[in-house]
Ligand binder design. Structure first.
Ligand SMILES: [Zn+2]
Length: 450
C-alpha cells in the first residue's frame, strides 16, 4: 500500500522542476519514516528505509530525465544474476578483476540461497566433503585429538568422497560429520568441478559455516598452431596465427585507439598540473591495467579458438648489452609502441596465469630482434625493409604488408624456428646457416616444393 502510493507520487514528478522534486521527495521521506515507525521492524531498518526510498526515487528520476530507460524496481529479479557474478569472482585472477567481481556481487539482488561468507587462506586439516546415497551433503571435519575429552567414536559408512569419488567407510575419534547446505550453484561449480583443498570451520551468528578452498584443473589443450603477438604502433597489439609450415590462419589487431587517446589526454593533463604530482599517474596506471587485462582476455579467447601456443617478445633480451641502448638524442616518436615495456611485461605476467587457467600452456618468449625487419615471405633481412612505421615493404621480393601484422607472424615463426634450431646450436656461435632469416627462407622453399 505504502510503496504503491510512493510509486505513484514519484512517477508524477517526472519532468518537474528540480525545486519541486526536492520538496516532494523531502515530504515523501518523512511520510515513509512516519509509516515505518508502526511496522514491526528493527530500529536500524526503520532508520534506513526512508533514505533507501529517497535514493531509489532520486536515481529513478535522474535516469528518466536524461532519457535513459529506468524501470521501477521489482521485488525480485526474474533471473538470479548472482551466479554470473559468482562465476566472474571465481574466474578472477588479478586484483582488479577480483575487485570488480566483488563490487558486482554486492550490487546484485539476493535470493534466499545460502551464499559464501568468507574467502580465506586455509590449511590442510583433512576435511572431506561427503555425499550420501540420497544426494545429501556432509562435511567431515577434524576437530580435536583422540585423547580430547570430546573425542567420541564416529562411524562413517557408505558415503562418497566428493574429491576422489571413492566410497568411504571409516571410524574415527578425531572429528564429526556435519550436515551441509549449499546452493545448487556452489554444488555444481565447486563440489562437482573442483577439488577440495582445505577448509575452515566458522561459527558466526549461531550458525556454523565451512569455508573451503577448491582447486580447478582445466583439461590440457593440445596446441596445433602458434599465435604471435607484436606490440602495435597503431593498435595496442597485433596478432597472427600460423601453422608449423608458416601458413597463415588468422591475423588481426586488438584495438588500442582508446588507450592511446587516453594516454595523450593524461599526458596533456599531467603537463598542466605538474605541481600536483602523482594524481593523474595513479588513474592512468589503473586505466592501463584495465586495458591490459581486457587485452589478455581477448588473447586467451583467440588462443582457445585456434588451439594456439601463444608467443610473445622476450623484452629482457633487448635490454641487455650496450649495443641495444637507444642513442641519446634520437627522437622516439616514429617507432615507439603503444604498449610500453612495463605494460607489455605486465601483459606477459597476466598471460602466465590466464592461459593455464583454461588449459593452454603459458606463453613462450622469443627474442624480437630482427622480427620487424626480416621478410616473412623470402627471409630477406634489411633495416630498409621498414622505412617508415606503417607498411613493411621487402626490398627483395616486394612483399608488402602492415608492419605490425607482419611482425606478429615473425614472432610466432621465431618460436618454431628456435624450437628446431635452438638445440642444434646450443653453446655454439650462431652460423649464417642457422640464423632466423635463413631458416625462414629454407622453410618457405620446402613448403613450395611440397
Ligand atoms: Zn621478401
Amino acid at each position: 500500500m505504502l510503496l504503491g502510493s510512493v510509486e505513484k507520487q514519484v512517477k508524477a514528478l517526472v519532468g518537474k522542476d528540480k525545486k519541486d522534486v526536492r520538496e516532494t521527495l523531502r515530504q515523501l521521506k518523512s511520510l515513509v519514516a512516519k509509516k515505518c515507525a508502526k511496522l514491526p521492524l528493527g530500529d536500524s531498518a526503520k532508520a534506513a528505509l526512508p533514505y533507501d526510498v529517497d535514493a531509489q526515487a532520486s536515481s529513478y528520476l535522474e535516469l528518466i530525465n536524461v532519457g535513459q530507460a529506468a524501470s521501477w524496481p521489482t521485488r525480485r529479479p526474474k533471473e538470479d544474476p548472482y551466479p554470473a557474478a559468482l562465476d566472474a569472482l571465481t574466474q578472477s585472477i588479478t586484483l582488479e578483476e577480483f575487485t570488480a567481481a566483488t563490487e558486482a556481487l554486492s550490487s546484485k539482488a539476493r535470493t534466499n540461497d545460502p551464499r559464501p561468507l568468507s574467502i580465506m587462506r586455509n590449511n590442510r586439516r583433512g576435511t572431506m566433503l561427503l555425499e550420501d546415497d540420497k544426494g545429501r551433503l556432509f562435511a567431515w571435519v577434524n576437530l580435536h585429538g583422540q585423547h580430547n575429552r570430546f573425542a567420541r567414536d564416529v562411524v562413517v559408512t557408505n558415503m562418497v568422497n566428493t574429491r576422489t569419488g571413492e566410497i568411504v567407510n571409516f571410524k574415527s575419534k578425531l572429528g564429526c560429520v556435519m550436515p551441509l547446505e549449499c546452493s545448487q550453484w556452489h554444488f555444481q561449480r565447486f563440489i562437482k568441478q573442483g577439488q577440495l583443498q582445505s577448509s575452515k570451520l566458522i561459527y558466526r551468528k549461531e550458525q556454523f559455516f565451512i569455508a573451503c578452498t577448491f582447486e580447478f584443473v582445466a583439461a590440457d589443450i593440445e596446441c596445433v598452431t602458434y599465435l604471435g603477438i607484436d606490440r602495435g604502433i597503431e593498435e595496442i597489439a597485433s596478432y597472427a596465427v600460423i601453422t608449423d609450415d608458416l601458413g597463415l590462419l588468422a591475423q588481426g589487431s586488438f584495438e588500442g585507439a582508446t588507450l592511446r587517446g587516453y594516454q595523450r589526454k593524461k599526458e596533456a593533463q599531467a603537463k598542466e598540473t605538474q605541481r600536483r604530482k602523482g594524481e593523474s599517474r595513479v588513474s592512468w596506471r589503473a586505466y592501463a591495467d584495465h586495458i591490459i587485462h581486457a587485452l589478455a582476455n581477448k588473447i586467451v579467447d583467440a588462443a582457445l579458438l585456434y588451439a594456439s601456443q601463444v608467443v610473445i617478445e622476450d623484452l629482457s633480451a633487448i635490454s641487455q648489452g650496450p649495443q641495444h641502448k637507444r642513442p641519446k638524442f634520437r627522437p622516439r616518436t616514429n617507432l615507439s609502441k603503444v604498449l610500453n615495456r612495463a605494460q607489455y611485461q605486465k601483459l606477459a605476467n597476466v598471460l602466465k596465469y590466464k592461459l593455464p587457467a583454461v588449459g593452454l600452456p603459458p606463453p613462450r618468449l622469443v627474442r624480437a630482434a630482427g622480427t620487424s625487419i626480416t621478410c616473412n615471405v623470402c627471409g630477406y633481412r634489411d633495416k630498409e625493409n621498414r622505412q617508415s612505421q606503417a607498411p613493411f615493404v621487402c626490398l627483395k621480393c616486394a612483399h608488402s604488408e602492415n608492419a605490425d601484422l607482419h611482425a606478429a607472424k615473425n614472432i610466432a615463426a621465431k618460436h618454431i624456428y628456435w624450437r628446431e634450431v635452438g638445440p642444434k646450436v646450443k653453446g655454439k656461435k650462431l652460423t649464417d646457416r642457422h640464423k632466423f632469416e635463413n631458416w625462414l627462407a629454407v622453410r618457405r622453399q620446402a613448403v613450395e616444393v611440397d
